[in-house]
Design a protein around this ligand. Structure first.
Ligand code: MOS
Length: 696
């Protein structure tokens, strides 16, 4: 069955239903991983390396072991041997080598979390220290080209003759932009409860995908996938850091092996989140644009540099969005990596598009300025008729409508083209715009089961995840419409490997993948049993292939507008207004969707003004590794965020006609703020975050 074989007739879809899990969450009855009832649990606390590179020469665990309540002290000497050590990030405690500061070198299991934590502080480790290199410098001569970049995209692309086009362009922009290292900090840190029973492993895990955890953890312990059970009904955010397993789940499962039958509870502390849970690499992007005097692009060139770790490669796909965003006959993109003695970078909300569209959209603002053109108009002039990279038509592309609606909502006509020309009460005021984009990824391999119950009720089961995104509600709405029953008659079951396999909540693909499986299951049930299936009747549906992905370029688009006010005396930057208008297909639930987009834009504002992990090159670690020093936008930093979307009918993306909305909200926000700051002050900030020292 194909994705587009018939559309779901919307009834529940499109209604702003309150979160079905809202009451349980606000009353505290929703149990997160750490809170699962597991008898009499014991507690794990990790011991971390205090050097950035070297070998462990000695670990003294005597004092730790003597602490009352301590049951076991785990080091590389006594840790269970893993069956598969190919993923060096997950090969926890398998050797004496230290590859980055903060890496796990041990763990203490005790009857209380306090005893475990105290005892962990008593473990004394000595090292044979080696020189380390932990700071990304773009001028180094050992940058290398990875085989591909995150998402499986080509490392480099080249179409036409960029150098010749740039040499003959009437107008050019040639600038370097940098984005800061950022750390995922969901409210709920990474938590695991692990318990072994009869050789099988159960994990209560805060994760973006229970089946993903199962498939990656099972081989480490030499288990078959069905010998690992993963349960994760509620998750307090992830932003990508819970989209792949990291070292903590492995350490917890190892520790639990030492106390069979007893559950080991493990939660990272907030500071530990800055070492072992992934992060967004810093980027350095050299962008060159060539255009005619009317602002029509002739050439786009993006050379992106980011960092990876010594032990495992992660290649941020920073330049990928530039390949499809605007019409330009001559285009090239490259990605290069510096391999450093640092923790392994990973996914953070819109990896690739988020840093990439910061640089590209500030460069577009610079081009508009160089051409004397309105930046909205510049973007409209460079709309491609088809995907410039593949030549395929877009399944739908409504960036222009978003730009026009956003301009109307923010009052763009009041923007002065010349920077530094609007002053209000001691503040320089400016407006800025940037475009957003996010791909519609198709992830095959999910399946869902629909079972008819008494009284026209249905149970829908799939191992999907709700990170706080609204899955519990939106998926129930999709099921209700596919079954043509009110949503109250649908009981959804997610977040457990006991349910049919589901792809990971990543790449904003969850609702597309899981919703398609649910729709197919519901249709199969109705095809087999008609409108009134007997109690106990059941059908399963799969997310197979969507042939339309071969024919169309599929993306969600958006336009971000910012109003920035800069204090003339102090340089303090405030953003009283953000306007985001999106074209993301059918919106399943306007209430939860709006929250996703507001959340993404808030995170983009935070990236623009605050977030920066500072690496101390001497120690080889992030110095500001807690929320006191790693600044995240607080409530008082966030002004009015106006989110809306335009009606968009896309019959190709999936049976619901929906596009992912989890990530697009962060894309372009920081560029809109930077462009507004330039319009306000005349100062072009090309390096995030936009702190006051850069504006004075
Ligand atoms: Mo998202 S960063 O793809 O989990």
């Amino acid at each position: 069955m194909t994705a587009t074989q018939g559309r779901v007739r919307p009834r529940a879809i499109g209604t702003p239903l309150d979160r079905l899990d809202g009451r349980a969450k606000v009353t505290g009855s929703a149990r997160y991983a750490y809170e699962q009832p597991v008898g009499e649990p014991v507690y794990l606390h990790a011991v971390q390396a205090t050097v950035a590179r070297g070998r462990i020469t000695g670990i003294d665990t005597e004092a730790a072991a003597a602490v009352p309540g301590v049951l076991a002290v785990l080091t590389h000497r006594n840790a269970p041997r893993l069956a598969d050590t190919r993923d060096a990030e997950l090969a926890v405690l398998q050797s004496d080598a230290v590859a980055f500061r903060g890496q796990f070198v041990g763990g203490v299991v005790a009857t209380t979390s306090e005893a475990a934590r105290y005892a962990a502080s008593l473990v004394r480790t000595t090292y044979d220290t080696q020189p380390h290199d932990s700071v990304l410098r773009p001028d180094r001569d050992d940058l290398y080209a990875p085989e591909s970049v995150n998402g499986g995209f080509a490392t480099d692309t080249e179409q036409g003759d960029v150098e010749a086009a740039l040499a003959s362009a009437a107008v050019t922009v040639d600038q370097t932009y940098t984005t800061a290292m950022n750390h995922n900090n969901p409210m709920e840190p990474h938590t695991t409860v692990a318990v072994w029973n009869d050789g099988e492993l159960t994990l209560y895990e805060s994760t973006q995908g229970v089946h993903m955890v199962r498939s990656q953890v099972a081989p480490l312990f030499g288990l078959q996938p069905d010998e690992v059970h993963v349960v994760s009904p509620f998750v307090g955010g992830g932003f990508g850091s819970k989209g792949t397993p990291h070292a903590p789940v492995v350490l917890a499962a190892m520790a639990a092996r030492l106390v069979p039958g007893r559950a080991v509870r493990f939660a990272l502390t907030r500071p530990q989140m800055f070492f072992v849970a992934g992060y967004r690499t810093p980027t350095v992007q050299h962008i060159r644009l060539g255009a005619d005097r009317g602002g029509r692009l002739t050439a786009i060139s993006v050379d992106a540099v980011s960092q990876t770790s010594r032990i495992k490669e992660f290649a941020e796909q920073t330049a990928v969005a530039a390949r499809m965003m605007y019409a330009a006959p001559h285009r090239r993109t490259t990605h290069r990596l510096a391999r450093l003695d640092v923790p392994v970078p990973s996914w953070m909300r819109a990896p690739g598009e988020c840093p990439g569209m910061f640089a590209a959209e500030v460069a577009m603002d610079e081009l508009a300025e160089a051409c004397g053109l309105d930046p909205v108009e510049l973007r409209i002039r460079n709309e491609p008729a088809t995907d410039p990279e593949t030549g395929r038509p877009f399944s739908s592309r409504n960036l222009v409508a978003c730009l026009r609606e956003g301009a109307r909502r923010i009052g763009w006509e009041r923007r002065e083209q010349a920077p530094r020309s609007r002053r209000e009460a001691g503040h320089l005021v400016g407006l800025g715009v940037a475009a957003s984009v996010y791909p519609v990824f198709w992830m095959p391999g999910s399946s869902a089961t629909v079972r008819a119950g008494a009284g026209g009720r249905y149970t829908v089961s799939i191992g999907a995840a709700d990170l706080g995104t609204g899955t519990w509600t939106a998926l129930a709405q999709i099921a209700a419409d596919a079954l043509e029953v009110p949503v109250e008659r649908v009981e959804l079951r997610i977040g457990d490997t006991a349910f049919p396999p589901a792809s990971v909540a990543g790449g904003s693909s969850g609702i597309t993948a899981w919703g398609s499986a649910v729709v197919h299951a519901a249709r199969r049930l109705r095809e087999t049993y008609g409108n009134a299936p007997p109690d106990g009747a059941e059908a399963t549906g799969e997310t197979g292939d969507n042939p339309a992905t071969e024919r169309f370029a599929m993306y969600a688009f958006g336009a971000q507008f910012a109003e920035v006010r800069v204090d003339e005396e102090t340089g303090e930057v405030r953003v009283p207004r953000l306007v985001g208008v999106f074209a993301a297909g059918c919106v399943i639930n306007p209430k939860t969707a709006r929250s996703q987009l507001v959340g993404g834009m808030t995170m983009g504002l935070s990236m623009a003004l605050h977030e920066e992990s500072h690496v101390d090159g001497r120690l080889g670690q992030v110095a500001n590794h807690d929320l006191a020093e790693y600044h995240i936008a607080a409530n008082a930093d966030v002004g009015d965020i106006d989110v809306s979307w335009i009606d968009e009918d896309d019959p190709h993306v999936n049976p619901m006609g929906s596009k992912g909305i989890g990530e697009i909200g962060i894309v372009g926000t920081a560029a809109a703020v930077a462009n507004a700051a330039h319009n306000a002050t005349g100062v072009r900030v090309r390096d995030l975050p936009i702190t006051l020292d850069k504006l004075l």
